[in-house]
Design a protein. Structure first.
Lengths: 112, 112
């Protein structure tokens, strides 16, 4: 069973507009969530994270929102740039149980 | 650049051969993880080390797989009697005791 789900395999956005990537999880023990970005033939690159004690974390153009009651998080990128085109993975973990559990990823295409 | 290096970057082998991959994290990474990623999937946890101690292995790690981190620095992952189903990207990651993990570029294994 998939504990972390990214239901949109792909997303296309115009340059300058907002990109919203969604992620759902089922395991109530998860208390820390991360987003990674991956280009082809490279390892995932850490983008931003959020603890379950917060509902929002912002870093430059990237903001992650967490809705614990809905077991849902989202990554907002604004404004989107062509260099943001990549596969984005949502990951989750429980404090003290450190392996990350990843979703299947969403491929973002930012069109100039 | 996360400072995590992996060698080789690509490996092509014939079914039944043994292969070994190496990961060099940065010195601050007291925890080291191995993940496997196949097409259309997110990275899947294989095993991890706290210094030289192997603390957890997933069900994905069959008896043909073995991992070591002999001096708490670099790590090796060996696959014996490779099968075509072992074809994947093998990713190594390190962390400093926090939840964020930093990945190397990966080793792409192709089993013919």
């Amino acid at each position: 069973d998939q504990q972390v789900k990214q239901n949109s395999p792909s997303l296309s956005v115009q340059e300058g507009r907002i990109s919203i990537l969604n992620c759902d999880y089922t395991n109530s023990m998860f208390d820390y969530f991360l987003w990674y970005k991956k280009y082809p033939a490279e390892g995932p690159t850490f983008l931003i994270s959020i603890s379950s004690i917060k509902d929002k974390n912002e870093d430059g153009r990237f903001t992650v929102f967490l809705n614990k009651s809905a077991k849902h998080l989202s990554l907002h990128i604004v404004p989107s740039q062509p260099g943001d085109s990549a596969v984005y993975f949502c990951a989750a973990t429980s404090s003290g149980n450190t392996p990350l559990v990843f979703g299947k990823g969403t491929r973002l295409s930012v069109i100039a | 650049d996360t400072g995590v290096s992996q060698d080789p970057r690509h490996k092509i082998t014939k079914r039944g051969q043994n292969v070994t991959f190496r990961c060099d994290p940065i010195s601050e990474h007291n925890r080291l993880y191995w993940y496997r990623q196949t097409l259309g999937q997110g990275p899947e946890f294989l095993t991890y080390f706290q210094n030289e101690a192997q603390l957890e292995k997933s069900r994905l790690l069959s008896d043909r797989f073995s991992a070591e981190r002999p001096k708490g620095s670099f790590s090796t992952l060996e696959i014996q009697r490779t099968e075509q189903g072992d074809s994947a990207m093998y990713l190594c990651a390190g962390d400093r005791g926090l939840n964020e993990q930093f990945f190397g570029p990966g080793t792409r294994l192709t089993v013919l």
